[in-house]
Design a protein around this ligand. Structure first.
Ligand code: 5GP
Length: 126
């Protein structure tokens, strides 16, 4: 079910549990600002999630409240993960779902990185 991005941060969300080490993950990168790990249900040959270590519900919450250092750390880490995985050439896609229309399911900000094949049009057309 899609989440309400204006709700307070839920410390029991699945990514909070991953950050605390209560649920295992396949880590691809970690630093003081982020954790990056493989999506449990990949939608492309390579599908990595990058999450900030801070308690932010969504891109909306993060962009409004995170410090400049947190934002810089997060953005640089997303670029680093893709670069280190060799995705820059031939390319990759970033996605951050926000709220109901964005179909965000986990209420902790995450950026999806998709790669490994031509990814087709940006959105499904109905
Ligand atoms: P959203 O729709 O919120 O943007 O995407 C949430 C993503 O989290 C989905 O792609 C889903 O497969 C992934 N996910 C949900 N639970 C887990 C989990 O326990 N571990 C991992 N690695 N990914 C998860």
């Amino acid at each position: 079910m899609a989440i309400d991005p204006t709700q307070p941060y839920d410390d029991d969300n699945i990514f909070a549990k991953i950050l605390r080490g209560e649920i295992p993950n396949k880590t691809v990168y970690e630093d003081e600002w982020v954790l990056a790990f493989h999506d449990i249900n990949p939608q492309a040959p390579e599908h990595v999630l990058v999450i900030p270590k801070g308690r932010y519900v969504s891109w909306d919450d993060f962009s409004a409240k995170a410090s400049d250092a947190e934002i810089a750390g997060f953005v640089r880490a997303v670029g680093h993960v893709a670069r280190a995985a060799g995705m820059v050439e031939p390319g990759y896609r970033l996605l951050a779902n926000v709220g109901q229309h964005g179909h965000q399911e986990v209420p902790h900000l995450h950026v999806h990185i998709f790669a490994g094949k031509p990814l087709g049009p940006m959105l499904m057309r109905s």
